[in-house]
Design a protein around this ligand. Structure first.
Ligand code: NIG
Ligand code: FE
Length: 393
């Protein structure tokens, strides 16, 4: 299959580059007037000029790798719109949680919802994300907060994985909040006890290591128990400088996510590791938190990935184009830095950048085709004008 009449082919990366670090995050390969050949769903070749016909006419638009969203909580029941007014009236995320709202509110709803109904509600969001150009997504558990509820979530994620064209990775986030009826200590033990069963379904383990949720010691215990079974991806430094980055790096985390409150110490700890710093500007926007120091990370030679954090409490939006725009507008990333953050680097943060995140021979042909006249700059700048013509995956 040939895509012809491509105005701009964007995101060309040589084989073997699994993430972009430092200065290289600001670079990507671009061809004008190009074509691209797909065989067996994979990129088989591309070039410029001469090809005037083929199977798919790109109409002079841009072709780029689809978005990779490495941090979402899109399996949830109902909504938290009832907390929206409290939030508008000035209650913080922590205050809403302390009143029994927040994550516990979602857990109550989820535990009252059947598995089929949970799947149905979640698929609405998965379809929305795919329409907006997401071709790979990570999905977390963490609204069950008891063995039954957590396993129900992991089964739903598995059913999504088996039915959608997008790549899906699954994360066990039993330690998202202390489940109702448990002391923190007893709940940490319950999470540890869930790990062997969770490891049958999930790829990764996550802990909300932050003020008011789980401590560094809790996180260390949980990750020690998961060693060899599930790779860590940690929620760290959203509400406070939590020590989550350090404990994540200690356990070889694939990513540490949020980082709204990062100091230079975390930048230093991450240097030279395989851990992808992942920032979630959607939650900074929705909760009014500081934006992550993406530019400082890149200046220090590190990578940055950006993800949506799509969830009912801190980021009810899975639009990766909006994430990219916020990367530029609020974090001062260049359009190419933001683009690499939502494609190759976020694919790395799911362990799939060998197959996703760039235009590279052999990778999956998981692509976005835009209207004519669009480029990466305009995509981030004119961030709400529809521009995606087609998503191939
Ligand atoms: O990534 N920080 C913890 N978890 C989510 C929020 C989950 C929720 O409020 O439902 C987050 O922001
Ligand atoms: Fe999250």
């Amino acid at each position: 299959m040939i895509i012809y009449n491509i105005g701009l082919l964007v995101g060309i990366v040589p084989e073997g580059v699994l993430r972009k670090e430092g200065k290289e995050q600001g670079e990507t390969g671009i061809l004008e007037n190009a074509w691209l050949r797909i065989e067996d769903g994979r990129i088989a070749g591309f070039g410029t000029g001469s090809v005037k016909e083929g199977d798919i006419d790109a109409c002079g638009g841009m072709v780029m790798p689809g978005f990779c969203d490495s941090h979402t909580h899109i399996v949830y029941a109902g909504s938290r719109d009832s907390e929206f007014l409290d939030k508008i009236n000035g209650l913080s995320y922590e205050e809403i949680a302390a009143r029994g709202g927040g994550i516990l509110n979602s857990a109550d709803l989820l535990n009252r919802t059947s598995e089929d109904e949970l799947l149905r509600q979640s698929m609405v969001r998965v379809n929305e994300m795919m329409e907006k150009g997401t071709v790979a997504m990570e999905i977390k558990s963490g609204y069950g907060l008891c063995p039954e509820g957590e396993m129900k979530m992991l089964r739903v994620i598995d059913r999504i994985r088996r039915t959608v064209p997008a790549a899906v990775r699954s994360t066990f986030l039993g330690a998202h909040a202390v489940g109702r009826g448990y002391s923190r200590k007893a709940y940490v033990q319950a999470v540890i006890d869930m790990i062997p069963e969770a490891a049958k379904w999930a790829d990764f383990i996550d802990v909300f290591c932050d003020e008011g949720f789980f401590t560094v010691e809790d996180t260390d215990r949980i990750l020690t128990a998961a060693k060899g079974l599930l790779t860590p991806k940690i929620h760290a430094n959203e509400l406070a400088v939590s020590g989550g980055v350090q404990v994540g790096v200690k356990h070889g985390a694939l990513s540490v996510d949020h980082l709204e409150r990062t100091t230079d110490a975390e930048i230093k700890v991450l240097k030279g590791t395989g851990t992808m710093p992942t920032m979630l500007p959607g939650s900074s926007f929705f909760l009014g938190l500081p934006y992550g120091r993406a530019k400082d990370f890149i200046k220090a030679g590190l990578s940055v990935a950006l993800a949506s954090d799509y969830n009912p409490g801190s980021s009810p939006c899975g639009d990766m184009r909006f994430v990219m725009a916020q990367g530029c507008i609020k974090m001062r990333l260049t359009p190419i830095e933001a683009f690499n953050a939502v494609t190759l680097n976020s694919a790395y943060a799911m362990g799939i950048s060998k197959d996703y995140g760039s235009i590279t021979p052999g990778k999956k042909a998981a692509l976005i085709l835009t209207e004519p006249g669009w480029d990466l700059t305009r995509m981030a700048y004119q961030y709400q004008t529809p521009c995606i013509r087609k998503v191939i995956q």
